[in-house]
Write a protein that binds this ligand. Structure first.
Ligand code: SF4
Length: 256
């Protein structure tokens, strides 16, 4: 919970600041301005106040939902505003306070994952997409698996072969992507109802925000050789996560 509190706490600080700006604008609008300026400052203050109120409901919704382990559909829109609009400001504040980017991104990923869990998502395997980064592929491998994953020769020099076996066994879709653009393309093509994404903090954090409100669970990759080179993933954990969000195998196989 400590990691989750980081983003929620920073979001509250941002909201208090925005509320302060709204109050200041209203104060200015009521003090000796001409009619036009008065309406202008009043309207801007109102926009700030409404945004603050909605995003605050989002923070409350996330906190209650995670605490009670259940989804709160009533808060869907405010949570959407919180994740898609307020989060960039929250990240910016965190950086200003010298919190590392990685810590902030991990905090967001934990909140996202907790929210997805509360929704009790269960989709058929054919509607599940596993997105994996191409840095999982052995850097010396000459086969172009991002174009077609069936190009993998299962030589065992990296985990891609095992990942293909795992997704085939569970009957879910798999796409190995080079970045956000290709990931978005795969999501558009396959129209999944749920996603399990493997990536580093940076890519997961931006990718999960991109696809929100589509339920997408993030699994951090392992980087024994540094970032973006011959990375790995805990396949057993990945298996458990996929099983958590899929119904029993329907026999449909989709690997792309
Ligand atoms: S397992 Fe597949 S992707 Fe990995 S090195 Fe071998 S052929 Fe290349």
């Amino acid at each position: 919970m400590a990691k989750k509190r980081l983003i929620l706490g920073l979001a509250l600080v941002v909201l208090i600041s925005l509320g302060g700006v709204a109050g200041r604008l209203w104060y200015v609008s009521f003090n000796g301005l001409d009619k036009f300026s008065r309406y202008f400052f009043f309207s801007i203050g109102l926009v700030f106040l409404l945004f603050t109120a909605i995003a605050l409901l989002g923070v409350v919704g996330v906190a209650i939902s995670i605490f009670c382990h259940r989804p709160l559909p009533l808060f869907d829109r405010p949570v959407n505003v919180l994740i898609t609009r307020l989060l960039p400001l929250t990240m910016w504040l965190g950086r200003l306070l010298h919190v590392t980017k990685e810590k902030l991104e991990r905090s967001f990923i934990e909140i996202n994952n907790a929210l997805v869990r509360t929704r009790g998502v269960k989709v058929s395997p054919a509607k599940m997409l596993v997105l994996a980064p191409h840095c999982l592929q052995y850097s010396g491998c000459r086969f172009k698996i991002t174009a077609d994953i069936n190009n993998c020769h299962h030589c065992g020099r990296c985990q891609v072969g095992d990942l293909i076996d795992l997704t085939q066994e569970l009957g879910v879709n798999l796409a190995v992507v080079t970045g956000g653009t290709l990931a978005r393309k795969k999501v558009r093509e396959l129209s999944p109802e749920a996603i399990v994404a493997v990536a580093c903090e940076r890519d997961l954090s931006s990718g999960l925000q991109d696809v929100y409100p589509l339920p997408a669970f993030g699994v951090l990759n392992q980087r024994p050789n540094g970032p973006c080179v011959d990375t790995r993933v805990d396949l057993e954990r990945l298996r458990q996560v996929i099983k958590t969000f899929t119904r029993s195998k329907a026999g449909t196989l989709g690997v792309s």
